[in-house]
Design a protein around this ligand. Sequence first.
Ligand SMILES: Nc1ncnc2c1ncn2[C@@H]1O[C@H](COP(=O)(O)OP(=O)(O)OP(=O)(O)O)[C@@H](O)[C@H]1O
Ligand SMILES: [Mg+2]
Length: 303
Amino acid sequence: MLVFATSDKGGTGRSVTSCNVAYRLSLRGIEVAYVDFDFGSPTAGALFEIGHAERGTNEGHGLHSYLLGETGEPRRLIIGRETDRAQLRRAEPGAGQLVLLPGDVGGAEFGCDEAMVERAAKLLATLLSEFAVVIVDLSAGRSVALEIALRATASTVLAHRVHRWLVFHRWTRQHVLAAGGLVHGSHGLVHAGTLWDHDDGALLASTRCVRTAVAASDWTRTGDPPQAAWLNEQSKALRELAIAHGIGAAMVLGQTPIEPMLQWREQLILDADVNARLANPATVEAYTDLARRLTDSATWDIE
Ligand SMILES: Nc1ncnc2c1ncn2[C@@H]1O[C@H](COP(=O)(O)OP(=O)(O)OP(=O)(O)O)[C@@H](O)[C@H]1O
Ligand SMILES: [Mg+2]
């Protein structure tokens, strides 16, 4: 399964959530590739705490070089081997391999041509023959990365492969409006997809939103009645706004709670972090749930 992680805005939690979902999938014995298509800011190595690839790989074999036709084989980093985090280096029994394909250090956004789309399609098809789940973290917004992903999945090489589209957004007014626009708006996912020969109904059925860092809804805990009433109103207004913009409950894969650890540091949350009471169990539950829903065919209307 191909999973494209998108967002309209930057800083939505797209990468941190995606890498934690990738990790949770691998713990279930699933082989997972994490592909950094955030061309303007290829920092996925930092999420996995790979010191020598924090800002991409330095050897001219990153994804930028590959897509530009400068190398035939993009670099793969086995997280369990390359990470600086000792706990992550310890093999979990029964876990599947988790591999990162980083961009190049200093790599930037580029234009998109047919050769690049063909290379992307070939790479993703190859990865699908080795990994059960391939997660592609795309640059924010209506980016070249999104165009490459849409064109590659419409190409004959990938047309019959399962692809899912996740739209990450914060649970705020601006983010709901933006995410609704990315799904349904002009030059958004569905509109741009139809320009590249996707079926709009199928594409929409393959799309779900992920609400990140959502504040606790148990407002009754706040000691201040006016504040509790205001928060309740805002919560209701956000739900109505999401429905009005076509990203109501039926379009939601799941949500993550505000996690203090992630407010300070982008990283994988390990069970060890929860056991040491450094991270909240609800955060790991949310990632586990997202991983489960993502791979559960009942989540998707199309099968
Ligand atoms: N559940 C959460 N609770 C608190 N903070 C979070 C949560 N999820 C993500 N964050 C934090 O939000 C910030 C943005 O997250 P992240 O970098 O994943 O977003 P992004 O959408 O990939 O951004 P960019 O567009 O820059 O690539 C990070 O500091 C991250 O640790
Ligand atoms: Mg990111």
